[in-house]
Write a protein that binds this ligand. Structure first.
Ligand code: FAD
Length: 477
């Protein structure tokens, strides 16, 4: 019969658990049918994130065609779309997919597993998206970790999963092309493709492997020293590929083990692997605490009275706050769909502490703009910065945006790349251009208040206010 492989956020042909299983289970007389389901909710809006994601789907479409096993598109609400599949496909021996442990994906999967069973169709759902899944790293008493360091200790001790190799020759042999039956989805796909606009050579499985190779060839050894400096190309840029599943975290892990040499910089390798574990940690947290999407994880902070100010929010989004590093970061996000980790921490701290605004607004804006948007990591990161999450930055340790700038972009190189108004401002003033005397402003061709804004808030004042607000909640709840 037919084995259905349902692709979602695992858009690759290598080291892909569901695909690997479906191919392994196939023998003479079997057929492999590859599906991508376009949910109407997924395309209600079309931001850079969707653009990037669907271009990765397109890369997979091409890779699959090379193996004569094309992707078939379904469109509509799940049950409706899959009823069409069942009606067209004939005898189905199984549906294979990689299970989502969090968020919308989890709800969909839990529902569809039941639905397929009702239709009498066997479901093979696999755990694939992380090195260690949400329920694998738990405390001795069965509870889940809320703090990263003990979690990581346990994470390190566990055996790491093997690669899930896919026999691509078998894909070629058993793949079927029945696209004429799935016109509705096919049409939807063609119309989506017309909206493509994201340009970059960072899309799909080949690009992911190439980038990983470049990173493992050099930058990983200096990762510990370089990863906090946004002007340096010091991080792996793997997040976008992990988000779409163009690469598997197992592949990253095994390639590090095989291709790096600890003598060139073990610390860099160790720190990098720890970051990959943070991704697992936040997936685990979101799995056990699905309310985190909307609710502060520390209960007493659920009552914090956040400021509401549309104008400040807009200024933050556009990168017009008068704090150069914050502005450069937001413009990097707006123009490229990615932001450096150090800057994500800085702008999230700025929104929640210097503007005292609701972290959910920031989480939502990142969701719209990030090509690597991952609900678990994004919610985790925002609640960390807002001091409302598990293992967060303590509320009394408020980042100073000017100090962050001096430390992590000492020469203002990153700032000048993204905030051209400040191009001729000398190093002495680049982190606080509002303090430039008037004659120097003239000389730099940058009049404060006209060419570049005054700082919209006073950091010291806001820092004290933020601390007070957290303290109040602490005292009265
Ligand atoms: P590298 O430094 O090369 O790290 C390697 C990989 O480790 C990353 O690709 C990522 O998968 C993982 N990783 C690193 N840091 C973290 C972290 N703090 N939490 C979880 N995983 C991590 N990451 C996302 O993938 N999607 C998001 O939506 C997201 N939102 C964030 C929001 C905030 C407020 C903060 C502070 C962080 C957020 N992060 C998010 C984590 C981190 O900023 C990015 O993963 C990282 O910048 C991606 O660039 P890179 O691949 O070059 O990272």
């Amino acid at each position: 019969g037919k084995r259905i492989v349902w692709f979602r956020r695992d858009l690759r042909l290598n080291d892909q658990t569901a695909l690997s299983r479906a191919v392994q289970d196939s023998g003479e007389g079997d057929e492999l049918l590859f599906i991508f389901h376009i949910h109407p909710k997924l395309i209600e809006e079309f931001t850079v994130r969707h653009d990037y994601f669907f271009q990765t789907v397109d890369a997979l479409v091409k890779d699959c065609e090379a193996y004569k096993a094309p992707i078939h598109f379904l469109y509509g609400k799940e049950e409706e779309a899959f009823s069409q599949l069942i009606n067209n496909a004939g005898e189905i021996s199984g549906v294979y997919f990689n299970y989502d442990e969090v968020g919308f994906g989890k709800q969909r999967d839990d529902h569809m597993i039941e639905w397929f069973h009702e239709q009498g169709i066997p479901v093979y759902s696999s755990i694939d998206h992380h090195i260690h899944s949400a329920r694998e790293v738990t405390k001795k008493d069965g509870g889940f970790y809320k703090v990263f360091s003990p979690y990581f200790k346990q994470w390190q001790q566990l055996d790491k999963p093997e690669l899930q190799t896919v026999d691509l020759e078998k894909v070629k042999r058993y793949g079927v092309d029945e696209r004429e039956h799935y016109k509705k989805g096919g049409n939807k796909w063609e119309s989506l493709k017309k909206q493509f606009d994201y340009k970059g050579n960072d899309i799909g499985e080949k690009a992911a492997l190439e980038r990983l190779h470049v990173f493992l060839d050099g930058a990983i050894y200096d990762y510990e020293e370089h990863r906090d400096f946004p002007a340096v190309d010091g991080t792996s840029l793997m997040s976008r590929f992990l988000k779409t599943g163009a690469i598997s975290p197992r592949t990253i892990y095994h390639k590090i083990r095989e291709e790096t040499d600890g003598r060139k910089g073990q610390k860099g390798i160790d720190t990098y692997i720890q970051e990959i574990a943070w991704r697992d940690f936040y997936n685990m947290i979101y799995h056990f605490y699905p309310e985190a999407h909307n609710l502060e994880m520390v209960e007493k902070y659920q009552g914090i009275d956040w400021n509401v100010d549309e104008e400040y929010l807009e200024r933050w989004k556009k990168g017009e706050t008068g704090f150069p590093l914050i502005d450069a970061a937001m413009r990097q996000l707006n123009e490229t769909g990615w932001m450096h980790n150090r800057l994500r921490m800085a702008v999230a701290s700025f929104l929640t502490k210097d503007l005292l605004m609701d972290w959910r607004l920031g989480e939502k804006y990142f969701q719209e703009r990030l090509v690597d948007y991952d609900a678990a990591s994004n919610i985790g990161g925002w609640q960390w910065a807002a001091s409302t999450g598990t293992d967060p930055v303590p509320y009394f340790r408020v980042f100073n945006p000017t100090r962050q700038s001096e430390r992590f972009d000492p020469h203002g190189r990153f700032i000048k790349e993204w905030v051209p108004e400040l191009e001729n401002v000398e190093k002495k003033y680049i982190h606080a251009p509002g303090t430039m005397p008037e004659d120097i402003q003239q000389k730099a061709g940058c009049l404060i208040g006209k060419d570049y804004p005054e700082p919209i808030v006073d950091h010291k004042t806001m820092r004290n206010k933020a601390i007070d607000r957290f303290k109040q909640v602490k005292d009265y709840n």
